[in-house]
Design a protein around this ligand. Structure first.
Ligand code: F6R
Length: 245
C-alpha cells in the first residue's frame, strides 16, 4: 500500500483530487466508486470547483456508491443518495441515470443485493474512493465481515451508530441496517484511494497499514490490493509516523 501523509485535511483533499482528476482526464468514461461521510467532502468540493472553473466533464462518467441506509428513500436528507446529490452530483454535469446506489426502500433485500452485484460486475470501478471507520470498517463492512463478501445487508455496530449519530437529530434516528458493497466488490476496483483524517482514525490506520490482515480490521485486506493509496493527515498518521518517515 502506498502511503501519503499530508499536513492537514485540506492537503489530504488536494492529494485525493489530484489522483481523481488524473483518472477522469485519462478516461472520460471511467467508473468512479464513491463514498459518503465527512472525509471525502473536500475531494467532492474540489471536483465541483474544477468542473466550474475548467469545465471538466462527467457526461460519460458512471458512478457506483458503496452503501445506503435501509428504510430511507432518496429524498430523505440523511440518505446517502441525497448526500451524493447535494455534495457532488447536482453541481457537475453527470447524468443522474449514470449514478448508482443501493435502493434504501427496496423491500426484497436479497433481490436488491443481487441487482447491485450484477451491476458491479459490469461497472468495475476504475477508481474507488474509501473513508475509514474508527473501528477499521470500509463501506459498512464491520469487523468480522468475510473478505469474500459481496453486496449484503448489515446490522450496524454500536460504534458506527454512535459515530454516525452526529449527522442525525438523535442517535435513535440512525437506521440500524444498511446495504453495503462487500469487501470483494471493493477489492475488485482497479485503483483504490482511502482517505483518513483526524486522531480518532489513528488506531484504525495503524491496524490497516501495519496490522495483521484479519477480519477484525476489515480495511487490512487492502494490503493485498495491487494499487491502493492511503492519503491521511498527520493526526490520522500518528501511530504509523515512524514507518513512513
Ligand atoms: C460511507 C462509508 C463509511 C465511511 C466511514 C468513515 O459511504 O462507507 O465507511 O467512509 O464510516 O466516515 P467519515 O468519513 O464520516 O469519518
Amino acid at each position: 500500500m502506498k502511503v501519503i501523509v499530508t499536513k492537514d485535511y485540506e492537503e489530504m483533499s488536494d492529494a485525493a483530487f489530484e489522483i481523481m482528476s488524473k483518472t477522469v482526464s485519462e478516461n472520460p468514461r471511467a467508473v468512479l466508486g464513491l463514498a459518503t461521510g465527512s472525509t471525502p467532502l473536500g475531494l467532492y468540493s474540489r471536483m465541483v470547483a474544477d468542473h466550474e472553473k475548467n469545465g471538466t466533464s462527467y457526461k460519460e462518467i458512471k458512478t457506483v456508491n458503496l452503501d445506503e441506509y435501509i428504510g430511507l428513500d432518496s429524498d430523505n436528507k440523511e440518505s446517502y443518495a441525497y448526500f451524493m446529490r447535494k455534495n457532488l452530483f447536482d453541481f457537475i454535469d453527470i447524468k443522474k441515470e449514470n449514478t448508482n446506489i443501493e435502493d434504501g426502500t427496496a423491500e426484497d433485500f436479497s433481490a436488491e443485493c443481487e441487482r447491485y452485484n450484477a451491476l458491479l460486475s459490469v461497472l468495475r470501478q476504475d477508481i474507488q474512493v474509501l473513508g475509514l471507520g474508527s473501528n477499521g470498517h470500509i463501506a459498512f463492512n464491520e469487523p468480522g465481515t468475510p473478505f469474500d463478501s459481496v453486496t449484503h445487508v448489515v446490522s450496524l455496530s454500536e460504534s458506527t451508530i454512535k459515530d454516525n449519530s452526529r449527522l442525525f437529530d438523535s442517535i435513535d434516528d440512525v437506521p440500524k441496517k444498511a446495504f453495503t458493497m462487500g469487501l470483494s466488490n471493493i477489492m475488485n476496483a482497479k485503483k483504490i484511494i482511502i482517505l483518513a483524517s483526524g486522531e480518532n482514525k489513528a488506531k484504525a490506520v495503524y491496524g490497516m497499514v501495519k496490522g495483521k490482515i484479519c477480519v477484525d480490521v476489515p480495511a487490512s485486506i487492502l494490503q493485498n490490493h495491487a494499487d491502493t493509496t492511503l492519503i491521511c493527515d498527520a493526526s490520522a498518521a500518528k501511530l504509523i509516523e515512524e514507518f513512513v518517515k
